[in-house]
Write a protein that binds this ligand. Structure first.
Ligand code: ADP
Ligand code: MG
Length: 709
């Protein structure tokens, strides 16, 4: 990327671009009935500019006629030929066949549904037809099934001189309507300043980007020669728009971050006494990676600006200790810390851990659970407001309810992937008191590939624990069909007789929690019958909180041998003596989730195994997934494969991507654009802040407002 000298005159304020006109509403186009407007709204189209950014999914080449002899099976093609005969067959299913010849070859049209009008048109021997459709091979020769047909006279000119677009549509919305609207919108593109150029000339020159108007025009009416490049999504016009969209997605969180960074946060830079004493009492020493990330975090916390840091670390890499250390930095200066966990189960586990670790150091740890009511709750909240509680642990209820801290210095979010991006942003608001914001540490075990992380977490600094505590052995993973269930039961029996503990996970079978719980209940009953000598416990989402905790506590204390569970145990649960996990219906789970589940074992020095039970036959994807899990233990590698199998939207999950779905860009296909967009975003924020807001509004609109303060 050659850096040209900046054209400084462009930055002179008087020359700032004129304010864009009010957006032109769809009603400015001809033929928009209320019904049509409603259908367009369903596609998210409100303005004429929206129509222009509603880009074709694919294109058809109707600019030329292909001689029948040159047709390739599988191609979409346009032919022109004469009817040489037709028939309606009534054997079995009724269908209409029409035989065509163009002097180079013959081809048959096949219709399973047809009107009398069509039958009449296609029955006229000698009639000249122009047909567009996919070429197929049948027993008797080449065919087109349900092609579009048009009767023409000799030498009728080909209508379009460009490719014919196919747009994303919705029920009741025809392609020709969308094509007509796009055409109308293009006519007004320049005169009505529908898509003013927002990228600085200098950036466009350097990256050799056309204007947005040129790109959009081309994508709605591309020349036939562009077909192959368009189909691959690599046409410069597509890349131009993808770049701008990715840029907007980089700008939005960064602008938010800039705003946050201008706020004040308490400086958490005490004498280090508590952290030192904590580390001395810890039964292990920190890994080098843990030490490094804690140094990074401590440096941020010492600043009077809010920390916004993502702590990534594979399951079992030891993030909880880091959370404790960070919390102690707050307590050392008399501030408070809050830790938010995604489930009550996990909140409780953290509470017990912190109570154990920090209680002796004189740190007051409290747990705000939904079950705490009446006087006990009031007392807790009073103590919190008075500053007598130093560390508060809970679920999102921590921030949703009227919880007032004396001085919240640090908010920690565990297993962020369980919360949405928006919840995370909303949280920042909740933590604000008197213009001072707490620092934020966000922890996640879902390692997402770097390119994805760049866009989902562009507002955060990142620390990575890329090392597991010593002595961990990879979890031996096997996939077995259901029919081997008896062998699996035997394995569980043996493991438990040897003093180990095991999990038996019954994941989501239906999209219903009730059914999921039922499956777990039934499985627990059956296992109790065949394994009467084992102490078997059961946890699922429908169990009252206290009962759930009691069972978990017993399992942790070694009073249960086997824990039958739903996926509630997917995140965070830590029982180092558990060394065997059985996952039923493993074929239905995604890679990342399987990796999370498997992460519940192999947390101590014991050799651990994981059995993936599946019901054959396995689909090809399920097969690849189970194989990947068998071969691979590194969360990042698993995430990369997951990305390949499922695509970015799925990997980030609806919650993660929120409304940030991309209209034009494809994170996988366009990943090479991401670092460029990232770099450009930094430049724009620094040198051309005026274009930031309009860019975000063009591509992200309402979604960006979530972060607005
Ligand atoms: P995660 O990153 O998945 O949240 P945890 O914080 O629950 O992992 O840690 C997993 C287990 O590893 C816990 O039992 C924890 O006490 C232990 N652990 C953490 N750090 C170390 C270390 N440096 N050496 C040995 N064990 C450790
Ligand atoms: Mg954890």
């Amino acid at each position: 990327m050659a850096l040209l000298p900046r054209i400084t005159t462009l930055n002179v304020p008087e020359l700032a671009r004129p304010l864009p006109p009010e957006p032109l509403l769809l009603t400015a186009l001809k033929g928009i009935s209320p019904k049509l407007a409603e259908r367009l709204r369903r596609l998210g189209l409100y303005t004429v500019a929206d129509v222009l950014l509603h880009l074709p999914l694919r294109y058809q080449d109707r600019t030329r006629i292909t001689p029948i002899s040159q047709l390739q099976v599988g191609d979409e093609a346009q032919i022109e030929a004469k009817v040489v005969g037709s028939e309606v067959t009534a054997r079995g299913r009724r269908f209409l066949l029409c035989h065509l010849a163009d002097g180079t070859g013959v081809l048959t049209l096949r219709f399973f549904h047809f009107s009398p009008g069509q039958q009449q048109l296609l029955g006229q021997t000698g009639a000249r037809l122009r047909c567009f459709g996919e070429v197929r091979q049948s027993y008797t020769g080449l065919e087109m099934i349900h092609p579009e047909c048009q009767r023409i006279s000799q030498d009728e000119p080909l209508a379009p001189d460009c490719l014919t677009p196919t747009y994303p549509a919705t029920a009741g919305l025809q392609q020709f309507t969308l094509r007509d609207l796009a055409e109308q919108a293009l006519e007004q593109l320049e005169t009505a300043m529908l898509l003013p150029e927002l990228l600085p000339v200098e950036l466009r020159t350097r990256l050799r980007l056309s204007s947005i108007a040129e790109a959009v025009r081309l994508l709605h009416q591309p020349p036939a020669t562009a077909l192959a490049e368009l189909a691959r999504g690599r046409h410069p016009a597509q890349r131009r728009l993808a770049f701008e969209e990715l840029l907007a997605h980089q700008l939005s969180p960064r602008r938010l971050r800039q705003h946050m960074k201008q706020q004040t946060a308490p400086r958490l830079a005490g004498d280090g006494d508590l952290t030192r004493r904590f580390l001395e009492r810890l039964p292990f020493t920190l890994t080098a990676a843990q030490q490094r990330v804690f140094t990074e975090i401590a440096a941020d916390l010492a600043q009077p600006r809010p920390m916004l840091r993502l702590l990534q670390g594979d399951v079992g890499s030891g993030k909880t200790v880091i959370a404790a250390l960070a919390a102690l930095r707050a307590v050392e200066v008399g501030a408070q810390a809050a830790l938010m966990a995604p489930t009550e189960l996990l909140a409780e586990q953290h509470y017990r851990n912190f109570q154990n670790w920090l209680g002796e150091l004189g740190v007051e740890v409290a747990w705000l659970t939904g079950r705490l009511t009446g006087k006990a709750r009031r007392t807790l909240l009073e103590r919190l407001a008075a500053g007598n509680i130093h560390l508060l642990v809970g679920t999102h209820a921590l921030f949703q309810e009227r919880v007032v801290f004396a001085e919240l210095g640090l908010a920690i979010i565990d297993e962020q992937h369980r919360f949405g991006v928006h919840q995370r942003l909303a949280l920042r608001e909740k933590g604000r008191q008197d213009g001072v914001r707490p620092h934020q540490l966000i922890m996640t075990a879902t390692p997402i590939p770097r390119t994805l992380a760049m866009s989902a977490y562009a507002d955060l600094d990142t620390s990575v624990i890329d090392e597991l505590p010593p002595g961990r052995q990879p979890v031996k993973t096997v996939a077995l069909p259901d029919s081997r269930r008896d062998d699996v039961v035997t394995r569980v029996r043996q493991a438990c007789q040897n003093g180990r503990q095991a999990y038996w996970v019954c994941p989501l079978i239906e999209e219903s929690e009730t059914l999921q719980c039922q499956a777990a209940i039934v499985t627990a009953e059956r296992l109790s019958e065949i394994l009467p000598e084992l102490r078997i416990g059961l946890v699922h989402g429908r169990l009252p909180g206290a009962a759930k905790e009691a069972v978990m506590a017993m399992f942790k204390a070694g009073q249960l041998d086997l824990l039958v569970a739903t996926t509630v145990i997917e995140v965070g649960v830590d029982v180092p003596n558990a060394s065997l996990m059985i996952i039923e219906n493993a074929e239905r789970l995604g890679l990342a989730q399987l990796h999370q589940l498997r992460g519940r074992v192999g947390r101590g020095a014991l050799e651990s195994s994981c059995v993936l039970l599946y019901r054959p036959p396995l689909s090809q994807v399920a097969h690849i997934r189970l194989a990947a899990l068998r071969e691979c233990h590194d969360g990042f590698e698993i995430a990369r494969r997951d990305l390949e199998l499922r695509g970015p939207g799925e990997v980030l999950g609806a919650r993660q991507s929120g409304e940030q779905t991309l209209r034009v860009a494809d994170l996988l296909r366009d990943q090479d654009l991401l670092p460029i967009a990232r770099h450009a975003a930094d430049e724009l924020l620094r040198d051309d802040p005026d274009c930031v807001e309009p860019l975000i509004r063009r591509w992200i609109g309402a979604a960006a407002r979530y972060g607005e303060v």
